[in-house]
Write a protein that binds this ligand. Structure first.
Ligand SMILES: [Zn+2]
Length: 342
């Protein structure tokens, strides 16, 4: 028995998977968008289940308050991009899964390219702004979309498969991301995020191997306080804006500056795509201000702010509460870079 067959022996013994199911998973691609507590847990179980290719998409870095729930992370991962951290963790136990870390913001401009060849979109996000974007791609490209959310002691999961079935906006339209409903204010336990990722990964695997799952036409709510599990049916809305937009292939534009939900952090997209030599930029900074660096990001403190400068010019600013301030800080960072000839 080869090392790989041995690794997956218990899984291929499952009648619902078998050697054929394992081969099917090996030829599948899943995009996990958002590598926080839920996304990291999902990616962990998807890789261990033999999914052939996993695209790990996340714009963020690991902060001290994230370590509690990012699966298998350690203090060494602080201030490193979440997508790269998870890619490294997953590559350590089995080489048969191809891992594609994407350290970038998913926008209306790049989402089609980043999601075009995937078999399932796994949503590990914490905001509806980006979820609606995933939903639009799901409808237009006919890619099943696995919605998850985990806040406080509750988890929600649903597998949307539009246009045949309802889409996310058919059942949850016009949801505004609210600071007072985020994990920062309501909290979340690592068991809740881990469980959500594991159940979501299992549902994705069932879908890919041609099995049914109860979350395909229903939304599952788990309340860990009971624990209680509730299923609510999903119905298509004939007036759903996302389903209607899909007929004209429209995608709503992404904003250039966004406040991340409940994190006092803003993400500012560059006005033009750059290729900044981060290692050279770091030479000019006092060593005690540098919090972390990798090939794709340089994290440093500047006064009360934590600045993450990404190679393409994107700036993530920690310690801000409004978009104008974030925009001004990013513009200043770009100005200094230009003055220094980068
Ligand atoms: Zn819809």
């Amino acid at each position: 028995m080869s090392a790989q067959s041995e690794f997956y022996a218990r899984q291929s013994t499952l009648p619902s998977i078998g050697p054929a199911g394992l081969a099917k998973l090996g030829s599948s691609t899943i995009a996990v968008v958002g590598i926080g507590g839920v996304g990291s847990s999902a990616a962990y179980y998807l890789a261990r289940s033999g999914v052939g290719r996993i695209r790990l998409i996340d714009q963020d870095i690991v902060e001290p308050s994230n370590l509690q729930r990012i699966h298998s992370s350690s203090r060494d991962d602080l201030y490193q991009p979440k997508a790269e951290v998870m890619s490294r963790i997953l590559s350590e136990f089995d080489k048969s899964t191809e891992l594609e870390p994407i350290v970038d913001t998913l926008t209306s401009g790049n989402s089609e390219e980043l999601l075009k060849d995937v078999n399932v979109i796994f949503d590990g996000l914490d905001n509806f702004r980006t979820r609606y974007l995933l939903n639009s791609i799901s409808i237009q490209r006919h890619i099943p979309y696995l919605f998850t959310s985990a806040v406080a002691e509750q988890a929600h999961l649903a597998l949307f498969n539009p246009p045949e079935s309802a889409c996310l906006e058919c059942v949850m339209p016009n949801v505004k991301d609210r600071f007072d409903e985020s994990c920062e204010t309501l909290g979340v336990a690592p068991g809740t995020t881990g469980l959500t990722g594991a159940i979501g990964a299992d549902a994705a695997i069932r879908h890919l191997t041609g099995q049914s799952t109860r979350i395909a036409d229903q939304i599952m709510t788990i309340d860990l306080a009971g624990p209680d599990v509730l299923f609510s049916p999903l119905a298509k809305n004939p007036n759903c804006p996302a389903c209607q937009e899909a007929q004209t292939n429209e995608i709503r534009d992404s904003p250039n500056v966004t406040l991340l939900c409940g994190e006092h952090t803003a993400n500012v997209l560059p006005t033009e795509e750059l290729d900044i030599p981060l290692s050279q930029v770091s030479i000019d900074l006092p060593a005690d201000k540098i919090l972390g660096s990798s090939q794709s990001v340089l994290v440093f403190s500047q006064g009360a702010y934590t600045i993450s400068l990404f190679r393409n010019g994107r700036v993530l600013i920690g310690g801000v509460d409004n978009e104008n301030t974030a925009s001004e800080i990013a513009t200043e960072v770009w100005k200094v870079l230009r003055q220094k000839g980068f």
